[in-house]
Design a protein around this ligand. Structure first.
Ligand code: UD1
Length: 440
């Protein structure tokens, strides 16, 4: 499908003010009340789209979040030669024509997760040429483990002029034993997708256990893959000759859910979050309850949060699943600015993931950073001002701080938020937040 037709299809997805505005203005101090429907998980939807390249059959993905990273990945699939049809919350992909296994710089530069097409393209086409990724500026974020894994599966990997190229042996990739130096989420997903079409058996050791990896394994299994152990550190794959099309609904977004839990805790009131999955939120719920938040789970897909005035400080250390997610660190820090006492927030997954701290300080937060630890002293009186979004989750923490601040907060450069939050302003406004999108 050519780019114009494809863009036409994507334009059919709702184009609201969210698309074009550059800043978000929040008037703090309003309690939130009502229901929010949680969207599908961006980080599960991205590998699912990449997985559709593994078959010439049609793959239909339901519950797709309307966020820019998903559109970027859909554009990437189209540029490789897949037919992509986007509907309001689902995508159908058919990769049955001649595929050109190249992911160009223009598409990859905005999204690091583009490296997720390396494995599927190398497995399906025998060759993948992918520009080295950009994306959130959190630490150096290399993809060496993706490349080492492909080598273990028999590929020849070389880098030139900002691209990596992986070429499979003549008969295709071969099964192998991949030992990750440390768990990597997209690395595990990328190599899982490569291994399902490899000849023979593969073992992925020290694999990531995140729910998004499990969701991908479920999709691949529906397509005909043979996988055991997804969700544990050891994944066993028995390669098959071909995969078939299928239908799959993406899991709910646990980070979006966690972000709204913090919103409710900061703003006060009562929020009901629907269509989520409680067990994916356990580490976040546990820390929030420890801080004094009142969270109930009437069933597995609903969470109810009642705001409380008496938040107390809690220490938190980010870890791979089932630890506290690094993607909730910035939001939790915003919460801790409003808790009584001193809390230590330790980031162990990424270097340089404290970009929100300077902006929170400008709003009046008392935070000091030493290495991988931020010490947050509360309760600080936050005051609204102009702040700059730097990466996706850092931006979310500024919006959350704005809900608790006195006066108006304007968050600039909200394109970061659009990459990963489905209609954030609309959803918050729907539960009573005073929030508007403005031109910078
Ligand atoms: C994914 C998520 C991101 C989340 C992160 C950690 C997606 C699209 N993104 O990112 O939202 O914050 O998991 O939960 O799912 N590393 C290497 N070499 C590699 C790969 C990773 O050194 O080849 C390092 C990274 O720099 C980081 C750590 O491993 O320090 C974990 O990163 P990883 O799990 O790979 O993060 P992503 O998959 O990029």
């Amino acid at each position: 499908m050519d780019a114009v037709a494809h863009n036409g299809v994507l334009a059919a997805r709702k184009a609201d003010g969210w698309e074009f505005m550059q800043a978000m203005r929040i008037a703090g101090g309003r309690p939130l009340s009502g229901r929010i429907e949680i969207s599908g998980a961006k980080n599960a939807a991205l590998p699912a789209l990449a997985a559709s390249l593994l078959t010439d059959g049609p793959v239909t993905l339901g519950r797709m979040p309307d966020v820019v990273d998903i559109r970027t990945m859909a554009n990437l699939l189209a540029s490789v030669g897949a037919e992509v049809e986007a509907r309001p919350d689902s995508y159908s992909i058919r990769a049955n024509g001649n595929l050109d296994p190249v992911a160009p710089y223009e598409l990859v530069k905005t999204m690091r997760a583009s490296s997720l097409v390396l494995g599927p393209l190398a497995a399906r086409c025998g060759r993948a040429r992918v520009s080295l990724p950009g994306g959130c500026a959190i630490g150096s974020r290399p993809i060496d483990m993706h490349l080492d894994g492909l080598k273990t599966l028999g590929a020849t990997v070389r880098q030139d002029r900002g691209y990596v190229e992986a070429v499979a042996p003549k008969g295709g990739l071969v099964g192998g034993r991949i030992q990750f130096r440390r768990p990597t989420v997209t690395g595990t997903e990328d190599l899982l997708m490569a291994a399902v079409l490899a000849n023979g058996e593969s073992l992925l050791e020290n694999a990531a256990c995140e729910p998004e990896v499990v969701d991908l394994a479920e999709l691949l299994t529906k397509m005909g893959a043979r996988i055991e152990g997804a969700g544990t550190p050891t994944i066993r794959v028995d390669g098959v000759d071909a995969l078939a099309g299928t239908e799959h609904a993406i899991i709910p977004d646990r980070i979006e859910t966690g972000t709204y839990l913090v919103a409710g805790a900061l703003a006060g009131g009562e929020l009901t979050l629907e269509g989520t999955r409680r067990q994916h939120l356990e580490p976040v719920i546990a820390k929030m309850r420890q801080a004094g938040c009142l969270i109930e789970a009437p069933d597995d897909s609903t969470l109810v949060l009642r705001g409380t005035a008496a938040l107390s400080s809690v220490d938190v250390t980010t870890r791979e699943h089932p630890g506290f997610p690094t993607d909730m660190q910035a939001q939790f820090m915003a919460l801790m600015t409003q808790a009584k006492g001193t809390s230590k927030v330790v980031e162990t997954v990424f270097e340089n993931r404290f970009m929100h701290v300077l902006e929170l300080q400008r709003m009046g937060a008392d935070i000091t950073i030493g290495g991988h630890t931020a010490v947050v002293r509360g309760k600080a009186a936050l005051t609204g001002t102009d702040v700059m979004a730097s990466d996706l989750r850092a931006s979310a923490s500024l919006v959350l701080a704005g809900l608790a601040a006195k006066g108006e907060t304007t968050v600039h450069r909200i394109y970061h938020l659009r990459r990963g939050y489905d209609r954030l302003a609309e959803k918050l406004a729907g539960v009573g937040a005073s929030i508007e999108l403005i031109d910078d």
